[in-house]
Design a protein around this ligand. Sequence first.
Ligand SMILES: [Mg+2]
Length: 414
Amino acid sequence: MKIQDIRATTVSVPLEAPLRHANGCHWGRFVRTIVEVETDNGLVGLGEMGGGGESAEAAFRGLRSYLVGRDPARLEELHFLISNPTASLYNNRTQIVAALEFACLDILGQAWGVPVSEILGGRLRERVPFASYLFFRYPNPADGRGEVRTAEQLIACVQELKKRCGFTSHKLKGGVFPPGYELECYRALARALPGDRLRFDPNAVWSTEQAVEFGRAIEDLNNDYLEDPVFGLNGMRRTREKLRIALATNTVVVNFEQLAANILQPAVDVILLDTTFWGGIRPCVKAAGVCETFQLGVAVHSSGELGIQLATMLHLGAVIPNLTFAADAHYHHLTDDIISGGRMRYEGGSIAVPSGPGLGVTLDRSKLAQYTEEFKRLGPYPYDQDPLRPGWTPTIPNTRWADPEDGRIPNISF
Ligand SMILES: [Mg+2]
C-alpha cells in the first residue's frame, strides 16, 4: 500500500459565540484544515490541523513530494521524514506531522478492519469523560446571545451545559480579566456546582506572585489542578513550591526533552497531552507511558477541534491507563461539524469512542463544501488578537486586562 495523493481543504465552522482567552479570541468560528491522504488501493485517511485562525493548506501541498509513494504504515519513519528534531529547527512541522499521522492511522485501521485504538494497544474504556470547557464569551454578533462576562452569566452557562451534556468536571479559561475578578467568578462557579470538580487555566499570563496569590485563594476548592498559571518551567516550579494544589501544563511540556527536564527537576504535576502539539497520537501514548513510570498525572488537551481531531482525542483517551482526569474539548461550543452524522454526542459528560475502522469518522461532503464556502466568505481570523481591543498586544505576564464592565458586541463578520 502506497500514498498516492494528499489533499487539504480549509473550513470555517461557526461557534455559538466568540471565545475569549488570554491571548485574544476565537472570532466566532474555528478555521481548520482537513487533510485527506489517499492510497493506491483507494483508501482515504483523514487528518485535521488548526493554524491560529489561518489556513494550513499550503503547508500540506508543499509536502506532497515527500509523501507520494511512501508506505502509510511506516509511521516512525514518517515522523523523521517530516519532523526530524534537528531539521525541524528550520521548519517546525510538528503539527503537520500530527495531521498526517492521524490520516495514516486512519488508513491502517481501515486496511486492517480495526479502530485506531486497537492499533495503539487496545481500548481500556468505551467512553471518554470530558470537562465542560467554559470561556468568557462575547455576545454572538448576529443575535446578541451567548455572552459570558459576569459570574451570573457563567453560572447560567455551566448549568445549561451540565443539563445538556452531563458534565461533572468544569474548566474555566481565564487570563482575560483582572485576576481578582476571575477569582470571584471561579469561586461563584464552585458554589454553584457542589461536589463537581474544577480546574482553571489563565494561559500562563500571570506573574509568579499573582499565580501564588490566586492559587492560595482556591486551595479549599475541589480543584483537579491549576493549569499554566505562569509561563516557563522555572516559574511553574517556583509557583508549585508555594502551593498545595497540583499544577498542569499544555504549554511548557509539549515534547520529550521538556518532559525529561520536568522529571529531573519537577515543575508540573499533570501533563496535558495534545495529539496535535505532540506530533500525533502515538507520541502522546509514549508520553503517557513515561508519565505512568514517574507517576505524573495526564489528561487529554484540546487545542480546538472538529470531529476528526476529536476522534484522535477519543482513541488516545481510550488506550492510556493513567487517564484519571476528564479530557478537555472545545467541541460543545461548535454549532456543527463536517463529519457524517453531525456532531458527536455527549452523554453523562462523556463521548463514546468511535467503533468503526480507523478513526471511525467519515466526511460529510456537503458539510465540507458548505464550510469551505464559509471560509472563502469570512477568511482567516487573528487568534491572538481581541476584536474589541485594537492595538493591544498580549504580553506574558500581562498587566493590561479586558474590562469586565465592557458589554459591547464586537463588530465582526459572522
Ligand atoms: Mg491550557
